[in-house]
Write a protein that binds this ligand. Structure first.
Ligand code: ATP
Ligand code: MG
Length: 573
């Protein structure tokens, strides 16, 4: 069943887009008291005609459901805001979560926003050190977590975290001491009535640490005004329509888990499916079928894992309700887009954004022709360019197909407002009106953007500039290749040598013959200047917690750098 997409004509919408006009549905706090993300996401619907509608369905590990309607979510998030009030928190103080995909995650995030605290999620797979770094840098006052995580990862840190006043444990009935409290007990005692205080567009709302793919994670601060981007991207990119069932698989610790796992679907009044379990191909396909998911937002790392398997999901599962499959986080290889056609009967729609942009900025839209391998076109309301730096000056490149810095005009609502405690670094990201994303890209004559690589990852070999993504994508066209990561290995005669780390698909043996075959395949596809000269087979690629390939780590290993130089790697416990 095909629905007409919300964005019917990309060019004309882009041309006439006006943020104020397009976001009129967001009513703001009653009495003209400003704009608050949680109000737009929850109370606006609960007070209107979506009160009884299912907002969130959490599927527990044992397959049982926990369902929350918009009305229930309003009450529960108000209760959490009242808990913060009772604990004596002040507006602007930071509330962290260290949780999996459980109902309390939503209550913490949205209740904090109602209270006008700043919400910061952590990956629950983090070990104590990354948790400590973020909690101390972010001066967390409250942390919501489980007793198990607390005992394993937090307890021993408490002495080093003087700002952390309270830890709320979601699975204990009684307070353990004055600092370690029972989440259910405090919630039960709190009223379901909470009046959201006046909230200015520029009031801080969210603190998100970047993935740390290129270095130490940065703490990006976002404000309540970002909700305009969450709304518009939900409407035009994810194409939320009344009655839709949406599933975002992102970990709650990653910015996608908040912007699209929590905020955007709620702001748009649809139902979100939340799976407590981690990746499991058959479980996932089963959920798509059983929950009649219409829109599925996932990441290349998961898609590549699904591609490795021999299952064609739409032959084994009834996926007739699925309307859109989207991906974010890393470049989506053309192969994966095409696999989507076969697997789901539709191309996978890639989109690009960053922690810093708070929401989707470049996308493939349901009504627009997909060019596999392209990130798509700028979000209506956002100006994107390709630029070159001439000394300290930024010059936009008008000619198509020129490779340069991917830059965004800084005037969209969800642009980050600073890097926490790193104002100078923040200022350096801007040249006049333009924000430098740190990525390189090019634009084709039809206005589609193509990702080239992160500026830091570009390989300089024999006078050529090679983007790892291009090489990886070409290697992935070989039937034996499941995943590849490409780096530049210093080689005095040519600058850097292109080296590929390759994970083979099930049933393909890594041997010398295969290696030579892949080197030959690469040369034929890319030419000798760009093709990898070295190939190493590996079982797995190192990744960040959000599933991004850590080329930086592969390179450090290649150079034999000591562990100390890898201090930014997120170690699991
Ligand atoms: P850090 O900034 O700490 O190194 P990070 O950049 O990986 O970490 P995120 O904000 O989670 O942290 O990721 C944003 C980056 O991910 C983008 O700048 C880009 O390099 C990459 N990315 C995201 N989506 C896409 C996409 N669709 N195509 C290509 N690259 C993408
Ligand atoms: Mg980044």
């Amino acid at each position: 069943m095909r629905k007409e997409p919300n964005l019917k004509d990309y060019s004309s919408t882009y041309q006439h887009f006006d943020w104020t006009n397009e976001t009129r549905q967001l009513t703001g706090l009653p009495g003209g008291k400003g704009i608050n993300i949680a109000y737009e996401a929850v109370d606006r619907h609960a007070d209107g005609n979506l009160k009884e509608q299912l907002a969130i369905r959490v599927i527990r590990k044992d397959n049982s459901y926990e369902d929350l309607s918009y009305g229930q979510l309003k009450n529960l998030t108000s209760q959490f805001a009242n808990v913060l009030l009772k604990l004596g928190l002040l507006e602007g103080e930071r509330v962290f979560s260290l949780l999996g995909r459980v109902p309390e995650l939503f209550l913490t995030a949205l209740g904090t926003l109602k209270f006008k605290g700043v919400y910061c999620p952590l990956f629950s797979v983090f070990g104590p050190e990354p948790i400590f770094q973020r909690l101390s840098k972010g001066e967390g006052t409250v942390l919501v977590t489980t007793s198990q995580f607390f005992l394993k990862k937090i307890k021993d840190l408490l002495g080093r975290l003087p700002a952390l006043k309270y830890v709320l444990l979601i699975d204990v009935e009684e307070d353990w001491d004055d600092r370690t409290l029972s989440f259910p007990k405090w919630m039960n005692q709190a009223s379901t009535e909470f009046e959201i205080p006046p909230t200015k567009e520029e009031d801080p709302a969210l603190l998100h640490f970047t993935s740390g793919t290129t270095g130490m994670p940065k703490g990006a601060i976002h404000v309540h005004k970002a909700v305009f981007t969450h709304y518009i991207t939900g409407k035009y990119v994810l194409d939320f329509q009344p009655g839709d069932v949406f599933w975002c698989t992102a970990d709650p610790g990653w910015v996608t888990g908040t912007s699209y796992g929590i905020i955007s679907p709620l702001v748009n009044g649809v139902t979100s499916i939340v799976d407590e379990e981690e990746f499991d191909a058959l479980r996932w396909y089963g959920i798509l079928e059983k929950e009649k998911v219409n829109i599925w937002y996932t990441a290349p790392t998961a898609i590549r894992r699904l591609m490795r398997m021999s299952i064609v999901p739409r032959e084994k599962f009834d996926l007739s309700q699925l309307r859109l499959v989207l991906s974010v986080g890393e470049p989506l290889n053309a192969e994966a887009v095409i696999w989507g056609e076969q697997a789901f009967g539709m191309p996978i729609l890639d989109n690009w954004w960053q922690t810093e942009t708070g929401g989707i900025m470049i996308a493939n839209y349901p009504s627009m022709k997909v060019k596999p391998g392209s990130m798509g076109k700028p979000l209506p309301g956002v100006e994107v360019g390709i630029a070159e730096m001439e000394g300290d000056e930024l010059r936009l490149l008008a000619e198509p197909e020129k490779q340069g810095h991917l830059v965004l005009k800084r005037n969209f609502p969800s642009i980050f407002r600073t890097y926490l405690h790193e104002e100078e670094r923040y200022q350096k990201c801007f040249k006049g009106d333009w924000y430098l994303s740190g990525d390189l890209a090019k634009k084709d004559p039809d206005g589609y953007f193509w990702f080239v690589g992160r500026a830091d990852d570009i390989i300089k070999t024999s006078g050529h500039m090679v983007g790892p993504f291009e090489v990886e994508s070409n290697l992935m066209k070989h039937p034996a290749v499941a995943e590849a990561a490409v780096i530049g290995k210093p080689e005095p005669s040519i600058g850097e040598l292109v080296k590929a780390f390759v994970v083979l698909k099930e049933g393909f043996e890594p041997n010398e013959e295969r290696r030579l075959e892949l080197i030959g395949f690469g040369r034929k596809a890319m030419g000798p200047a760009v093709a990898p000269k070295e190939i190493e087979f590996v079982e797995n690629l190192p990744k960040t917690k959000s599933g991004k390939i850590l080329r930086r780590l592969l390179k450090a290993r290649e150079l034999g750098l000591p562990e100390g130089d890898l201090s930014t790697l997120e170690k699991t416990n």
